[in-house]
Write a protein that binds this ligand. Structure first.
Ligand code: AHG
Ligand code: MN
Ligand code: MN
Length: 354
């Protein structure tokens, strides 16, 4: 038996005790997110058996095809969070407008923004998907949450987290006091602390990007990729490419192993693809708490002032040194030229090959 068995509920309550002013509303909210995660996890696990794979036939506000599990996860989160009782407002990647909460409790000061199912194009092939959430605190208690309450920069988040429905289901979150990972023990229905105080390596060996978009990338990003994939890097061997196409899964792997995930701006999409409030901002809070960094290429993701609910943003996220290097390339301060590429310094000569 594990000597230090810590359930998510216990951890949440322990953290609450460190805040004498806490009303319990925040703990309650996190516990409800965990309930929704367990329900979604259960359905993801049996999706192939119960007609939950495939599309609904609808497109969402982003113009993307809605999968049945997108819809299920979205409805589950909305229903469970509404029942939590202390919520001032909700916003979902799948909903055009903010979701109101009827009869909010007078102490309702929290707002949750979420991507109910991330990586949903992977569902039908049984590849890992996830849920991402961000929690904000409304400055004015008891008034109805207005759009402006949701359009807050990432540094104002009070908590952020994700759930990855992988070979096991994990919930990883931060409240600004380190990053903690819990693995779902389905047999007892509890998330148990398996990854306390996660720290990401200062520098990694993995890069994650959709290389199919290579011809559309700006010069800086292309140059950075040439640098990462060249034999001529000062540190020797090229980086390893790993790209699942599920942000949560790609991010989670890189958080543990080190490396960089990129979804840059390209000639087709000037702000990239990923959404600031449901994807970039919560993961930026987590990565910074783990010692890493998240950037648009020009500024910290957490400093971006949102102007729209579904705003997209270029994203470079992961190990601190890797993201700093990427920024230097994107900003044109570093460059990797064809000459560097053809430089035979590190390529062994014929004699060495024999
Ligand atoms: P979502 O399924 O929530 O719409 O997000 C999909 C995102 C993200 O998970 C992933 O990193 C990215 O789309 C992959 O995009 P490409 O297929 O363009 O590489
Ligand atoms: Mn997503
Ligand atoms: Mn999604």
């Amino acid at each position: 038996m594990n000597k230090t068995l810590t359930s998510l509920s216990r951890k949440i309550r322990e953290d609450e005790r460190r805040h004498p002013e806490a009303t319990g509303a925040f703990s309650n909210l996190l516990e409800h997110i965990a309930i929704a995660a367990k329900i979604i996890s259960r359905e993801v696990n049996k999706a192939g058996l119960v007609d939950l794979t495939g599309a609904t036939g609808e497109t969402n506000v982003q113009g993307e095809e809605v999968k049945k599990l997108d819809e299920y996860a979205n409805e589950t989160l909305i229903a469970v969070l509404r029942q939590s009782g202390y919520l001032a407002g909700l916003a979902s990647e799948e909903e055009e407008d903010v979701i109101s909460v009827e009869d909010p409790h007078p102490n309702s000061k929290y707002i949750v923004l979420f991507d109910p199912l991330d990586g949903s194009s992977n569902i039908d092939a049984n590849v890992s998907v996830g849920t991402i959430f961000s929690i904000l605190k409304k400055s004015r208690v008891s008034d109805k949450a207005e759009l402006e309450d949701f359009l807050r920069p990432g540094y104002e988040q009070v908590a952020a987290g994700y759930v990855v429905y992988g070979s096991s289901t994990m919930l990883v979150y931060t409240t600004g006091n380190g990053v903690h990972g819990f693995t779902l023990d389905a047999s007892i229905g509890e998330f148990l602390l398996s990854h306390p105080n996660i720290k990401t390596p200062e520098k990694g060996k993995i890069f994650s990007i959709n290389m199919g978009n290579l011809s559309r990338f700006d010069e800086g990003t292309s140059s950075y990729i040439k640098y990462l994939t060249s034999e001529n890097r000062a540190e020797g061997r090229p980086y390893t490419l790993r790209y699942i196409g599920s942000l949560v899964s790609d991010f989670h792997r890189n958080l543990l192993y080190g490396g960089i995930f990129m979804y840059p701006a390209d000639s087709n999409a000037t702000n990239g693809k990923l959404r600031l409030l449901y994807e970039a901002s919560p993961l930026a809070f987590i990565v910074e708490q783990a010692g890493g960094k998240a950037s648009t290429g020009f500024k910290d993701i957490l400093d971006v002032e949102p102007t729209e609910l579904h705003q997209r943003v270029p994203l470079f996220i992961g190990s601190r040194q890797d993201v700093e290097e990427a920024e230097a390339f994107v900003q044109g301060k570093l460059n990797f030229t064809e000459e560097d590429l053809n430089d035979s310094r590190l390529i062994p000569d014929d004699a060495e090959l024999q």
